[in-house]
Design a protein around this ligand. Structure first.
Ligand SMILES: O=P(O)(O)OC[C@@H](O)[C@@H](O)c1c[nH]c2ccccc12
Length: 531
């Protein structure tokens, strides 16, 4: 599978960095800190030093002479490297020329890193085209993500990502003999609970199973449901914001929220003592569905939210038809594959945690797997960033800070407790909401939906049209299809596709261009369509 930076580009407001490794074998071992503001394009190449042991073992002459020769050669190579380091190359430097420059630094396998910095996005775009062409010309030019965490963090910081992905100065624990010491400093102390969660998540991920085993599990995963389509359909059907109802057992306590960001991003408040078991969570999910939730959000983080992937899987396997949002702190593509293997139809990406390139890459993975990505923002600058990222389809605005009305698909998240709250966000133009605490804390979380919305929402997933019953075809899922003219027959009729579910392409432009399948016709006949 391609690595995140197969395309290898970091965009920062006025600069672009790309790290390219020509070494096909070893992991790069040199940490390279790029000086900022080099213009217009600089190429850095760093070679490994030839090892002394290698040279002496090959020759039988006086080792001292050898050493001198070796030193001379090294001085010469260093000179060449210096030359290269200070060479400003035009962005459209042809591939063979770049190859030649690499060659000057020694054999290809000796080259560890090439770092290219651009000052302007236009140059970046143009160069990226030539870089792709280059790759075609020579397979030996391989691009990969910067392995040097520091550089990635620099880029993230320039983009306004406040959460550091790992402790900059390493973990605080040290061992001397059998004793454990904690040396705490700014660089190894999380600045807030979200950062703490992320640092822990990175450690947790070290224990993960190999991706290949997940790939196998993917084959047996239940088919993906159209998360965004279902939200749109629910809104059109009910005229009320579509509800993503959340199953969560606990949230980090407000007391541990060191700063506002945390409070905003993580939600809040201790343990909700209601949900004791998988069984109970499945029950709640079912009840949410019966009471009109369009989609269901399931917390999977164990340490802080007492959630689990088993819950997600149990809910999906129990026959809940609503598309499922996997609420996880995603920092790695592996987690997306894993979520899909457990039946997720959508995942959450938090803009406060992820740099633009990460978001772009992770949403790409989602598209590949057919999942929706809900990108969560909690302030205007994050929103601006996210709106500029290609491929973003669904944005979640966390209400703990503000409500913004923007065009496109927006989910209003968190802190919605009363019908007035719902009306407020609805008046702001919101067509979908994500609600957890105010439902889950009730004795009957599903039943509480009608109170929150001040009316019962017709459960989309439980529509049994007369026509459907006549033919014993359960119409269980209505899937909105956008008006690009593509009818998604993914879940369509039993006779058509062998699936139990039936979907309906609800948009007219779509239906006029393509005739609906038999199942959709039935639904249309029964009057469940948007006009
Ligand atoms: O319980 P609330 O206030 O209705 O919020 C639900 C949901 O938005 C919240 O749990 C949440 C929002 N963003 C998150 C990120 C991770 C975990 C949880 C969350």
């Amino acid at each position: 599978m391609a690595t995140p930076a197969a395309a290898g580009f970091y965009f920062a407001p006025f600069q672009f960095r790309q790290v390219k490794s020509l070494s096909s074998s070893d992991k790069p071992s040199i940490s390279l800190h790029a000086p900022l503001g080099i213009s217009p394009l600089s190429l850095f190449v760093i070679s490994k030093n030839p090892s002394r042991r290698d040279v002496s073992s090959r020759c039988s002459v006086d080792p001292n002479t050898l050493l001198e020769e070796e030193e001379e050669a090294e001085a010469e190579a260093a000179e060449k490297r210096r030359e290269l380091n200070s060479t400003n190359l035009p962005w459209d430097t042809p591939a063979p020329r770049v190859g030649e420059l690499f060659d000057q630094c020694g054999a290809e396998k000796d080259v560890e890193f090439t770092l290219i910095i651009f000052n302007f996005i236009k140059e970046t775009t143009l160069a990226s085209t030539s870089v792709t062409a280059k790759e075609e010309i020579s397979n030996s030019l391989k691009f990969r993500e910067c392995q040097n965490g520091k550089l990635a963090e620099d880029v993230a910081a320039v983009q306004g990502v406040k959460i550091r992905r790992r402790p900059p100065t390493g973990p605080s624990k040290h061992y001397v003999g059998p004793f454990e010491f904690r040396l705490e400093n700014e660089g190894n102390t999380p600045r807030n609970i979200l950062e703490k969660i992320i640092w822990d998540k990175e450690l947790e991920l070290k224990e993960r199973r190999p991706l290949i085993t997940i790939m196998k599990a993917l084959e047996n995963a239940p088919p993906v449901r159209d998360f965004i389509g279902t939200l749109k359909a629910s809104y059109e059907h009910t005229g009320m914001p579509a509800l993503i109802a959340e199953v969560k057992k606990a949230s980090p306590s407000r007391d541990t929220a060191i700063d506002k960001t945390v409070d905003i991003v993580c939600g809040f408040v201790s343990t909700f003592g209601h949900l004791q078991s998988h069984l109970k969570q499945v029950e709640v999910a079912n009840s949410y569905e019966k009471n009109g939730a369009a989609c269901i959000s399931v917390l999977t983080d164990e340490k802080y939210f007492q959630g689990s992937f088993e819950n997600l899987e149990a809910i999906r396997r129990a026959g809940v038809k609503c598309p499922l949002l996997c609420k996880e702190f995603i920092v790695d593509a592996w987690q997306i594959y894993y979520a899909r293997s457990k039946g997720a139809d959508a995942i959450l990406l938090i803009a406060a945690v992820l740099a633009d390139l990460d978001i772009k890459y992770l949403t790409k993975i989602c598209r590949l797997l057919g999942l929706a990505a809900l990108i969560e923002v909690h302030n205007e600058s994050e929103l601006d960033r996210v709106l500029g990222i290609e491929g973003v389809q669904l944005i979640g605005i966390n209400n703990r800070n503000l409500v913004l009305a923007i065009a496109g698909q927006v989910v209003s998240e968190s802190g919605l407790f009363t019908p007035e709250d719902i009306s407020y966000v609805q008046d702001a133009g919101i067509k979908a909401v994500l609600v957890g605490e105010s439902l889950i804390k009730q004795d009957d979380p599903g039943g509480a939906i009608s109170g929150l919305f001040e009316r019962a929402i017709i459960a989309m997933s439980r529509v049994h049209s007369k026509a459907a019953m006549d033919t014993e075809m359960p119409i269980t899922t209505l899937t909105y299809c956008d008006n690009r003219g593509e009818v998604d027959h993914h879940f369509t009729s039993r006779d058509g596709c062998g699936e139990d579910d039936h979907s309906l392409a609800m948009s007219w432009p779509c239906l006029t261009r393509q005739p609906p399948c038999a199942c959709c016709k039935l639904v249309l006949a029964a009057g469940f369509h948007s006009g």
